[in-house]
Design a protein. Structure first.
Length: 331
């Protein structure tokens, strides 16, 4: 008998890989609209450049290097391009966006065998490569709503997490948390608009594209760990209820700012690079949450979501090996 060995998925149904990709793209449309509103022409240029670059790179590799039929119609390159754009500032020059697309598709995805075989999230791999290689470009954040019709010469400023790390936890009380919900804050394209990102989350849950285990475990871990850190830092500086309120504000800011919601909902849940079982997903999510807070509070970067997800991507095979579902028929 001849056996055909192929990469996952091995159980097939009506929900194809292509449908999953395009459903995630649909879920990201509210956040894209928010980024276009606050960052204007720069957001549009970076998004289109990223998507087009990822699609072209994948087509060229499959057509001329691998000598196989291009599969750009499955939507995975489009989604990678959109997620990569969401991790970039809106004033990033196009040539740097193209380099990020080459790394994301050419190295993080196609070098491992294409869709279903990569061990790291391609968009995050591209983002981290650009952050390390071009730190000056990657840490200049256009101010929302100020320079909608400016691109590379947009007025820039520090992100909220950067200011919070410099000023200390006491500065948290001066932040208007309502702005975090609607997206009126500096940062990458997809770091703004908590409501828009959560709307996409509800859509993905309703369509059963993802489960709640990874996002909820990440967000709950970050909130509780940040609250504990806030309580520890505020001891001795405030009295009574003020400590609790300040720690709560600090935890909410950690939850709603930076790339946490984007990473937890749309990137950590990548089928290929996340664990297969529900219990494994929760362990994976808790690990991402802990690493995110550790990097944010004690690391050299004000943001740690990208690094946390990539680190836990590397642990996914180990989690799958030790956290397995019960064998069929076993009691």
């Amino acid at each position: 008998m001849e056996l055909t060995v192929s990469p996952s998925p091995h159980i097939h149904g009506n929900l194809t890989a292509s449908k999953c990709m395009y459903n995630v793209v649909i879920a990201l449309l509210p956040a894209l609209a928010v980024s276009l509103y606050f960052f204007g022409i720069g957001a549009l240029i970076v998004t289109l450049s990223s998507i087009l670059s990822c699609v072209i790179v994948e087509y060229l590799i499959q057509k001329y290097l691998l000598k196989e039929k291009p599969t750009i119609g499955d939507g995975s390159a489009i989604l990678t391009g959109l997620l990569l754009a969401f991790n970039l500032p809106s004033n990033l020059p196009i040539w740097i966006v193209v380099i990020g697309a080459i790394v994301a598709i050419g190295i993080a995805k196609m070098a491992f065998g294409g869709l279903g075989n990569n061990i790291f999230n391609p968009a995050l791999a591209g983002r981290v490569f650009l952050l390390i290689s071009f730190p000056t470009y990657m840490t200049q954040w256009p101010l929302p709503g100020v320079s909608r019709w400016s691109y590379t010469d947009a007025e820039t400023g520090a992100t909220l997490l950067s200011k919070l790390k410099e000023e200390g936890i006491q500065w948290a009380g001066q932040i208007d948390i309502a702005n975090l919900w609607i997206g009126n804050q500096g940062g990458s394209l997809g770091e703004v608009g908590a409501i828009a990102l959560l709307l996409g989350f509800v859509y993905l849950l309703c369509r059963k594209i993802i489960s709640w285990h990874i996002p909820v475990s990440i967000l709950a871990t970050v909130f509780l760990f940040s609250f504990a850190v806030g309580m520890g830092k505020m001891q001795g500086s405030l009295q009574g209820v003020s400590i609790w309120q300040s720690a709560l504000d600090f935890a909410l800011i950690q939850l709603l700012s930076g790339g946490l919601l984007l990473g937890a909902i749309y990137m950590a849940t990548d089928y290929v690079t996340s664990p297969m079982t529900s219990r494994g997903m929760i362990i994976y999510g808790i690990g991402i949450g802990i690493l995110t807070v550790v990097i944010r509070q004690w690391g050299g970067y004000p943001e740690g979501v990208s690094f946390a997800i990539l680190i836990m991507n590397a642990f996914t095979p180990l989690i799958n090996n030790y956290v397995k579902p019960k064998r069929f028929g076993r009691i």
